[in-house]
Ligand binder design. Structure first.
Ligand code: ZN
Ligand code: ZN
Length: 154
């Protein structure tokens, strides 16, 4: 899934109810259609959109994310009330990271600047074109083709 979906990312301050409703309308679905696609009860969706459900079950979260075609992280961010910047900012150690693997949560901590394993500086963008890294499922920068693993982060 492409997570670079600018128009579907949560607006700052948007809560779960407003977010789900906005994306549903964006996709041109009514509540019944969305509930069917997401495989959740219509009543559950109604509760979510009325702001009565603050925390999604993992089943609803996965179903809604796939039905709304957004990353699960977006739903988690709006549920927690955190801004998407703090969840979408990937940082990793280019020395210790194994290509194809997700970044270690310790690297992703907003306060972390250095690798907890080797002490090296963490990178969050392609040194060649300066585009921030959107997904470590990619081994190469999708913008310029530079390998994330081999580049020396400065
Ligand atoms: Zn390291
Ligand atoms: Zn690049």
């Amino acid at each position: 899934m492409n997570i670079l979906q600018g128009d579907k990312s949560p607006n700052s301050g948007e809560n779960l109810a407003a977010y789900v409703k906005r994306i549903r309308l964006f996709l041109g679905l009514n509540q019944r259609e969305l509930a069917t696609i997401a495989a959740i009860h219509l009543q559950s969706l109604g509760k979510i959109e009325r702001g009565l459900t603050a925390k999604l079950s993992s089943h609803s979260k996965a179903g809604l994310a796939s039905a709304l075609q957004v990353p699960v992280e977006y739903l988690e961010a709006v549920s927690r009330g955190t801004s998407i910047e703090s969840v979408s900012k990937l940082k990793f150690c280019p020395s210790c990271w194994t290509p194809g693997n997700p970044a270690d949560p310790l690297w992703m901590d907003v306060r972390a600047n250095f690798c907890f394993i080797c002490g090296g500086k963490l990178g969050d963008r392609c040194t060649h074109c300066q585009q921030t890294i959107s997904s470590l499922k990619h081994r190469f920068c999708p913008f310029c083709g530079t390998s994330y693993k081999s580049v020396a982060f400065s």
